[in-house]
Design a binder for this molecule. Structure first.
Ligand SMILES: *Cc1c(COP(=O)(O)O)cnc(C)c1O
Ligand code: SF4
Length: 350
């Protein structure tokens, strides 16, 4: 852990720090965004291209190269590929699948700040993501209308300071770790000055898709204030956790960060007790506990990923008969207007 003075010094443009940052930023800027390039890299048939190009026009393709390297070549059904490859099916209109399925827009308490649940407020600190997940409930979220910059950040901090019932702030997005560490360190310091806040939580997929992002600078601000640090990462399939990812997850834990995982239950990707059980095992080996397993939010373009609720209840019920309780994620669904993520009752067979 580094001291606050060192943190301030760190935000100065020291040459080697800049290089470290350019490391993950470089990876980010080299992310694959051209469907044709992705198909070529993986040796996949060109017949997939017209649909991919059409679907990418609505929600662009974006995937870091390190994540592509974990996909199986020549397999159009690879569970990592299916999370990022634009498909023609996304363009089908399906009843009940809409633009803002979780009611985010109506919950904005200030620009860039969602306060839906008691005691916790969520800051949308960065609009974009390192990866565009095809099932994302924010695929149509108008990030640009909710930026947390300058005046908006001051307004959000005033809101947080004025509500003593808040004990936790969640940095979310988009992906909050797309911000540089200097900016995040300054924000963490400001939050630590609000006396009723106790915890700083970060919701991010970067440690999974771009593990280089977890470095000493990040650990510096995350563990460098009086706020207790929690990180919730997002992996859906055990093959997302390779050696490099596991090593960075362990570093977070060794630095004193409580690390949890949330996953989305996705047809054709992780809809079995075997795959999800293996995910829990590899995460735990890296020091991460499963937290939530979300039923798909019914966002337009994602209908083909849906696993029906009764099936989900059986899958997680089966996990409960095979694993220690702490390796069974909480199966939940998000319902607009509810005060918590709504638990789904498991179906455990004898
Ligand atoms: C999911 C969510 C949270 C966090 O909920 P937990 O149950 O504490 O993980 C907070 N705010 C918003 C708006 C959310 O969507
Ligand atoms: S990382 Fe999360 S917010 Fe970003 S596209 Fe994927 S699911 Fe959506």
């Amino acid at each position: 852990m580094i001291s606050k003075t060192e943190l301030v010094a760190e935000t100065l443009p020291v040459r080697e720090d800049r290089c470290a940052e350019e490391g993950w930023r470089g990876e980010l800027s080299r992310a694959v965004s051209d469907p044709e390039e992705l198909l070529t890299m993986l040796g996949l048939p060109r017949e997939l291209l017209p649909a991919a190009t059409a679907a990418a026009r609505r929600f662009p393709l974006r995937v870091p190269r390190g994540f592509v390297a974990r996909m199986r070549r020549g397999d159009p059904n690879d569970p990592l590929l299916l999370q990022v490859l634009p498909l023609g099916r996304e363009l089908e209109e399906v009843a009940g699948f809409v633009g803002d399925p979780v009611g985010d827009l109506s919950a904005a308490a200030a620009p860039g700040l969602l306060h839906k649940y008691q005691g916790r407020a969520l800051l949308i600190v960065a609009g974009g993501c390192a990866v565009n997940c095809r099932y994302c409930f924010r695929r149509e979220f108008p990030y640009a209308d909710h930026p947390l910059t300058g005046a908006a950040q001051r307004q959000a901090l005033r809101y947080l300071a004025a509500d003593p019932t808040l004990s936790e702030v969640i940095l979310s997005g988009g992906d909050p770790l797309l911000w540089g560490d200097g900016r995040l360190a300054a924000l963490a310091e400001e939050l630590a000055r609000i006396p009723h806040l106790r915890r700083l939580r970060v919701h991010t997929r970067l440690p999974i898709v771009l593990p280089e992002r977890v470095d000493d600078r990040l650990l510096g601000w995350l563990t460098g204030t009086r706020l207790q640090p929690v990180m919730v990462v997002h992996a859906n399939h055990p093959r997302e956790i390779d050696g490099a990812v596991a090593a960075r997850l362990r570093r977070l834990r060794e630095a004193g960060v409580t690390v949890l995982n949330q996953a989305v239950l996705l047809a054709g990707i992780n809809n079995s007790a075997a795959v999800l059980g293996e995910l829990s095992e590899v995460l735990f080996a890296a020091g991460v506990l499963p937290y939530y397993l979300h039923l798909l939010d019914r966002v337009r373009g994602a209908a083909h990923f849906e696993v029906e609720k009764a099936r989900a209840a059986r899958i997680v019920g089966e996990m409960a008969t095979q694993l220690p309780g702490y390796l069974v994620p909480k199966l939940v669904r998000e319902e607009a207007g509810q005060n918590a993520k709504v638990p789904v009752e498991l179906q455990v067979s004898a």
